[in-house]
Design a binder for this molecule. Structure first.
Ligand SMILES: NC(=O)c1ccc[n+]([C@@H]2O[C@H](COP(=O)([O-])OP(=O)(O)OC[C@H]3O[C@@H](n4cnc5c(N)ncnc54)[C@H](O)[C@@H]3O)[C@@H](O)[C@H]2O)c1
Ligand SMILES: [Zn+2]
Length: 368
């Protein structure tokens, strides 16, 4: 059994990320899983897709660990479920199942389940423990690590939330085999992002393994998930509460969020929007700093996105409309937009005070 364990060191909020493949039947043999779960009462939160595929196996693992299983709840899949009304239903189910302050919640699913279940855990009886079992690629490389939990309001995404670190993250890359391809590709946009912002060697690894990645080769995904979790863990431990350093994770997101908002979160997946957004940010870097290294970055980034089937251009909306949507984003402080711009593959900077004309030009270059 090849299982890798990575520590996220955050004082008394430290936890392990356990990464393996096809190891549902072996959880009781993993030293970092046992102590978190044994002798606890637990409640599993999932969505209906993941429930059908994995709830039985997870229930079995938990029972093998000596957990007392109080019940589970599966909500409808999709972003619409990341809502106050889901959280209210969760609280009611949790109370009637008998969860107390010592119980532990298991979030089994993609980012929607992780964020919503994490928020329910952070607020139930003023906060109880939770464990993440991420099943989408986005959740395995991004949302399950870092302790951001929350829900959406009609007025916008992630407007209500709490920082609350999980007690444990257990990743089984085998579950990626049942993930719809568009969801896998969505996660790949975040994977590429880690390479561009932090690690050129990892970026090259992705370039060299495109077909294995699209075939969901387990050895390659073990490397990808380990690397992304380790890079995210480093960023999070440097800035747990998102006061500065964590901002680099927003590379491509300022542009991408605007595109998602303008398409009412239906036209583009988050991954597609941020792939185009990273293209805009890279173009802006070329216009602002110049140089052949950056031109090369734009080409390699575009080529890799296209190899994964991600878009790098867009054909709706004008640069003015996109800029307006960006200015309304919550990351725009005092009307001055902070941009995460690459200097070279593996290194980004935060830049602000950029003239509107240049921003519009960078956006325009990505509109067909
Ligand atoms: N907390 C954070 O730091 C953070 C970071 C990034 C994203 N997010 C949030 O994550 C959410 C997006 O997460 P997501 O992309 O995982 O979406 P999601 O949770 O909606 O999952 C995508 C789809 O895949 C299905 N699915 C999940 N795992 C599966 C599997 N193994 N096999 C088959 N189907 C499976 C789900 O049922 C769903 O239909 C957004 O709400 C976003 O705001 C949070
Ligand atoms: Zn993202």
């Amino acid at each position: 059994m090849s299982i890798y364990s990575l520590n996220v060191p955050l004082d008394d909020r430290s936890y392990e990320i356990v990464i393996g493949k096809d190891f549902f039947s072996q959880w009781q043999d993993v030293p970092s899983i046992q102590p978190v779960l044994e002798n606890r009462t637990c409640f599993v939160i999932t969505d209906e897709n993941v429930q059908k595929l994995y709830l039985k196996s997870v229930e079995q693992c938990l029972t093998n660990l000596g957990v007392r299983y109080l019940g589970d709840y599966a909500f409808l899949p999709g972003e619409k479920s990341k809502s106050l009304s889901t959280v209210k239903s969760l609280y009611e189910k949790m109370i009637s199942a008998g969860l107390d302050r010592k119980s532990i919640i298991v979030a089994l699913g993609g980012g929607v389940v992780g964020d919503t279940a994490g928020f329910a855990a952070a607020t139930y009886m003023r906060g109880i423990d939770y464990v993440q079992i991420p099943t989408s690629l986005v959740a395995q490389v991004d949302s399950s690590v870092g302790g951001k939990t929350g829900i959406d309001l009609d007025q916008g995404k992630n407007l209500i939330g709490a920082f609350c670190q999980p007690k444990l993250v257990v990743v089984d890359t085998m579950v990626l085999q049942t993930l719809p391809i568009r969801e896998l590709v969505c996660g790949l946009a975040e994977v590429v992002k880690y390479g561009v912002i932090l690690d050129e060697v990892f970026f090259s690894f992705l370039e060299d393994n495109v077909s294995s990645i699209l075939n969901i080769d387990q050895t390659v995904f073990q490397t990808i998930v380990r690397k992304c979790c380790s890079l995210k863990a480093d960023v999070v431990t440097g800035d747990e509460l998102d006061q500065g350093g964590r901002a680099i994770l927003n590379y491509g997101h300022t542009f991408g969020h605007a595109l998602e908002k303008l398409t009412s979160y239906t036209g583009l997946t988050h991954g597609e929007a941020i792939a185009i957004g990273m293209g805009m940010a890279a173009d802006l870097a070329v216009m602002r700093y110049g140089g052949s290294e950056l031109l090369n970055l734009v080409k390699r980034q575009d080529d890799l996105f296209q190899a994964f089937g991600l878009p790098v251009k867009f054909n709706k909306f004008s640069p003015e409309e996109i800029l307006l949507a960006m200015a309304a984003d919550k990351k725009c402080i005092d009307g001055n937009i902070n941009f995460v711009l690459p200097e070279k593959i593996g290194k980004v900077v935060i830049d602000s005070g950029i003239e509107e004309d240049l921003i519009k030009q960078a956006i325009g270059a990505r509109i067909d």
